[in-house]
Design a protein around this ligand. Structure first.
Ligand SMILES: CC(C)(COP(=O)(O)OP(=O)(O)OC[C@H]1O[C@@H](n2cnc3c(N)ncnc32)[C@H](O)[C@@H]1OP(=O)(O)O)[C@@H](O)C(=O)NCCC(=O)NCCS
Length: 146
């Protein structure tokens, strides 16, 4: 049976995370590793399937508001509920830390991610034109916890 776990991240996970980012965002593996190692590992969470990391969240927070920079699953493990399990574990952690809100930006063309957040009871908010770069627009997305 599949053994699923969510937990915080250590340096040993960076390679697996860099692999996902490298495939998803077109960075080289080395660029992805450097990008991740500049980030605070305390601000990451992973989901493992049979002890293999298959998805990650990285986040920042300010005044109890937690911002998701990135939420990514290995492609072959998508649409099996693991992303939802990871985001729920993240929300639980935020609540335990006294956080009140999770928010993020999503590319307006990322229809699957928009469906994913709606399914997980996030509200799709205002559109911000040119958020990523000229011609690349985002929606603000948020969920108030509790
Ligand atoms: C977005 C992402 C994190 C979702 O994780 P996931 O594990 O694939 O999603 P889940 O299996 O938990 O799906 C939950 C719901 O999201 C929606 N959804 C997810 N993938 C979908 C797909 N391919 N087609 C249609 N709906 C989809 C559905 O409503 C689904 O519920 P259902 O299966 O009961 O219909 C994952 O697809 C991913 O890593 N995408 C690439 C990176 C990305 O876009 N990240 C978000 C940027 S902010």
């Amino acid at each position: 049976m599949a053994n699923i776990k969510t937990s915080r991240v250590s340096e040993m996970d960076i390679d697996a995370y860099a692999n996902i980012i490298h495939k998803e965002m077109g960075y080289t593996h080395e660029e992805a590793s450097v990008y991740l190692l500049e980030k605070n590992l305390d601000n990451m969470m992973k989901i493992e399937l049979n002890d293999e990391p298959i998805g990650f969240i990285n986040f920042t927070h300010e005044n109890g508001n937690y911002y998701i920079n990135d939420l990514d699953l290995i492609e072959k493990h998508r649409r099996k509920g693991y992303g939802s399990q990871l985001v729920k574990a993240f929300e639980k952690m935020v609540e335990e830390l006294g956080g009140k809100k999770v928010w993020l930006h999503v590319n307006i063309n990322n229809k699957l991610a928009i469906l994913f957040y709606e399914k997980n009871k996030y509200g799709i908010g205002k559109r911000i034109d040119d958020y990523y770069a000229e011609g690349y627009h985002a929606f603000m997305v948020e969920k108030i916890l509790g």
